[in-house]
Write a protein that binds this ligand. Structure first.
Ligand code: PLP
Length: 397
């Protein structure tokens, strides 16, 4: 008799985006003439930038020849792309990486979910709250104990060091959903804490390309000691609009160690390589060539032009909300603006209020964790005209 992984029964239903769609569609059906403005979506806008489109066309042409056809490659990704990541992304930050420390992936989501395969189920996990739900759910699936680290305006959205020492810590900066980012000093505190306690940090910097403040590190490895305690997960999704292309990379430094159940010190990188080679057959060649094109001067310039549009939208939303007296956070080093709901409304009450009064859709903060209750998230990924109209309606209401 086949037995299921009963941990799955502990998962809370993931209804956030379905519920947003349901409530929005119900409103649209009841008000067919309504012009609904969507500021909830966390997905990027097309098209891809020109260098990426060219690179993908060329990669398809490669696949159309006998000589340049690419079949199975290295599971951890081709050397030409791993070297490009090291030289173009990390070296300018003063970070030297070995080729074998970089793993090309099909995006951050998969690796964030899969990394814990190499970690024991008895590790105690600490996860900031509110946050991108994947960290929580993957650890529920594995059956680990989880402590939530509240991130609120009171602690500047930087979690306090936990009372119960965790073995595994998830940090996300710039953060989804709060749009805030950790400073060097804040991150140093966590790195020191992790090293002191032989804990591992999984650092998700999927929104790194949005960083504008000098004091916010682009990589955790800018922090002294981080190679001894942190895995970094990166993605082209938000940097270059690859949410439908699927390519990212994860860094597992050679200096990282964990402990076996007999107390032996074991390097993590070879374990992760073994896991990748067993359960993954490599990223799509066309997506890899597209990623390579992002990591060029022209690629970076073109991607930054798009990101600047998102920053522009974020400024419109942020300053518009501030002008009507709302308490807003984030939106500077991130495409997300986090807002406290007025009059102590719950996240969903405010969602309904906005939809019914000004036909604007936001994302209820409680969908990202219990400490998100009483907040909503606005996204700057839409068109500038949509951001402008939404703010105009809110101002006039
Ligand atoms: N990490 C964070 C914080 C995200 O917000 C997202 C997607 O929204 C991801 C990871 C997943 O990114 P990817 O498209 O690379 O899987």
């Amino acid at each position: 008799m086949i037995q299921i992984n009963s941990n799955f029964l502990q998962l809370k239903p993931s209804y956030l985006f379905t519920e947003i769609v349901n409530r929005t569609s119900a409103y649209a059906q009841a008000h067919p003439d309504a012009d609904i403005l969507k500021l909830g979506v966390g997905d990027v806008r097309g098209p891809l930038v020109p260098v990426v489109i060219d690179a993908m066309h060329k990669a398809v042409d490669d696949m159309a020849t006998v000589e340049r056809f690419h079949g199975y490659g290295l599971e951890e990704g081709p050397l030409w792309l791993r070297r490009r990541v090291a030289e173009f992304d990390y070296a300018p930050l003063g970070i030297q990486l070995e080729d074998n420390e970089i793993f090309i992936s099909d995006g951050a989501g998969s690796d964030l979910g899969n990394l814990t395969d190499i970690l024991d189920v008895h590790n105690r996990v600490a996860i900031s709250d509110p946050v991108y739900p994947a960290y929580f759910d993957t650890n529920v699936m594995a059956g680990r104990e989880i402590d939530l680290l509240p991130c609120t305006p009171e602690n500047d959205f930087c979690p306090a060091l936990p009372e119960r020492v965790p073995d595994l810590i998830y940090l996300c900066s710039p953060n989804n959903p709060t749009g805030t980012a950790m400073t060097r000093k804040q991150l140093q505190r966590w790195v020191d804490y992790a090293r002191d306690n032989h804990a591992l940090i999984i650092f998700d910097c999927a929104y790194e390309a949005f960083i504008q403040d000098d004091d916010v590190p682009h990589s955790i490895y800018e922090i002294p000691g981080a190679k001894e305690c942190a895995i970094e997960v990166r993605s082209f999704s938000k940097t270059a609009g690859f949410t439908g292309v699927r390519c990212g990379y994860t860094v597992v430094p050679n200096e990282l160690y964990g402990y076996s159940n007999t107390g032996e010190r074991v390097a993590l990188r070879p374990l992760w390589l073994r896991r990748v080679c067993t359960k993954y057959n490599g990223t799509c060649y066309i997506a890899e060539r597209a990623g390579e094109a992002v990591l060029t001067d022209l690629g970076r310039k073109q991607c930054l032009e798009r990101i600047n549009e998102y920053h522009h939208n974020a400024r419109i939303i942020r300053s518009g909300l501030e002008a009507i007296g709302m308490q807003v956070y984030g939106g500077v080093n991130s495409p997300y603006i986090w807002m406290r709901t007025p009059d102590n409304m719950s996240s969903w009450q405010y969602f309904d209020h906005l939809l019914n009064t000004v036909q604007v859709v936001c994302t209820p903060g409680v969908g990202f964790g219990k400490h998100g209750e009483g907040f909503v998230r606005f996204s700057a990924f839409g068109l500038t005209s949509v951001a402008e109209q939404a703010i105009a309606r809110l101002t006039q209401s």
